[in-house]
Design a binder for this molecule. Structure first.
Ligand SMILES: Nc1nc(=O)c2c([nH]1)NC[C@@H]1CN(c3ccc(C(=O)N[C@@H](CCC(=O)O)C(=O)O)cc3)C=[N+]21
Length: 298
């Protein structure tokens, strides 16, 4: 059996086009242009690549981007002052502070300073708590972009997820925990696994839906995958190639897993592009809510 490849790049392009239509409608109807502020502290080259591609896609969606690049030694107080300014700026509807932050900065403190209405990463305690408490109705607050993108691809690939056994490997605040919450809300039976889980291969082999979000390249082997499972690979590890260029590797051994799975996301071209498309989606919805409008149908 050979798995079908879930084309996140194509789905993300379609989602961005629908977001761009929503942006055009908001401009025409209300004269409002959604604005997204991206804050990058330090000069991590990988982070700079994400910020660059985000900046280009923000413009393509018809939104206004506000890029703030601060030196790695920026005092925490200066970063908090910037967040306060962005909170107060009516042209800014979404604020993304790129993680990880330098070690001298308390990221939890910075995230907590972002106005929950502008927290398009869904990371604040308010939005994370709303997700925990959410019923089956619409999610009318920002949800973390990567898990939201995973869910969109799963529903597109499988239809209903109800009753499926789902295993999420990785318990991060950015991905694993919100992913588990979203899958429970879709009526999956969810196990949130991590580095201390006993017999992780055996547990994964019981999963109809397997989400790998560990940040460990190719940790999930082919024989961890149940035949017919749907596999979502959230990992992106950059490795140097002999020619000096870099390539991206996921958390799943793609070759081996795709011989067993029903469907699988590739890296690159899977969840990465979905993360950015969902960020734009969250920014449009935040701008609509700021204008007193209901969510755009996307
Ligand atoms: N507050 C915060 N929110 C984030 O969502 C966040 C963050 N911090 N810090 C860093 C990670 C990483 N991240 C990616 C987004 C898109 C791609 C992406 O588009 N990847 C392409 C390839 C891009 C390339 O080739 O460089 C792909 O997988 O096909 C990758 C990584 C968001 N993150």
């Amino acid at each position: 059996m050979t798995a079908s490849i879930i084309d996140g790049k194509a789905y993300a392009a379609g989602l961005r086009a629908r977001v761009a239509q929503g942006v055009a409608g908001l401009k025409a109807g209300k004269g409002i242009t959604p604005g997204l502020a991206v804050v990058l502290v330090g000069d991590d080259p990988a982070s700079q690549v994400y910020v660059r591609s985000k900046t280009r896609l923000v413009a393509e969606a018809g939104m206004t981007g506000f890029d703030h690049r601060l030196p790695a030694n920026t005092p925490q107080a200066d970063l908090l002052a910037l967040v306060a300014r962005l909170n107060a700026d009516p042209a800014v509807h979404g604020i993304l502070v790129q993680l990880p932050l330098p070690a001298h900065i308390d990221s939890a403190h910075v995230i907590a300073a972002i106005d929950p209405a502008k927290d398009v990463d869904g990371l604040s305690a308010t939005n994370a708590g709303r997700l925990v408490q959410a019923g089956s109705g619409p999610l009318d607050f920002p949800v973390a972009c990567t898990p939201l993108g995973c869910l969109m691809l799963l529903k597109d690939s499988l239809g209903s997820l109800a009753g499926a056994d789902a295993v999420v490997v990785g318990r991060s605040v950015l991905v694993g925990k919100p992913m588990a919450q979203l899958l429970v809300r879709e009526d999956c039976t969810v196990t949130l696994a991590h580095s201390r889980t006993r017999d992780l291969p055996g547990l994964c082999r019981r999963a109809d839906i397997l989400v790998a979000a560990t940040g460990r390249a190719q940790m999930v082997k082919g024989d961890w995958v149940k035949p017919g499972a749907t596999v979502i690979d959230v990992g992106i590890t950059r490795v140097d190639r002999p020619d000096g260029k870099q390539r991206l590797i996921g958390d799943v051994d793609f070759e081996a897993a795709s011989a067993v799975a029903r469907a699988i996301t590739p890296v690159p071209g899977g969840i990465g592009p979905m993360t950015i498309a969902c960020l734009l989606h969250n920014t449009l919805q935040a701008a609509r809510r700021a204008a007193g409008l209901g969510p755009a149908a996307i």
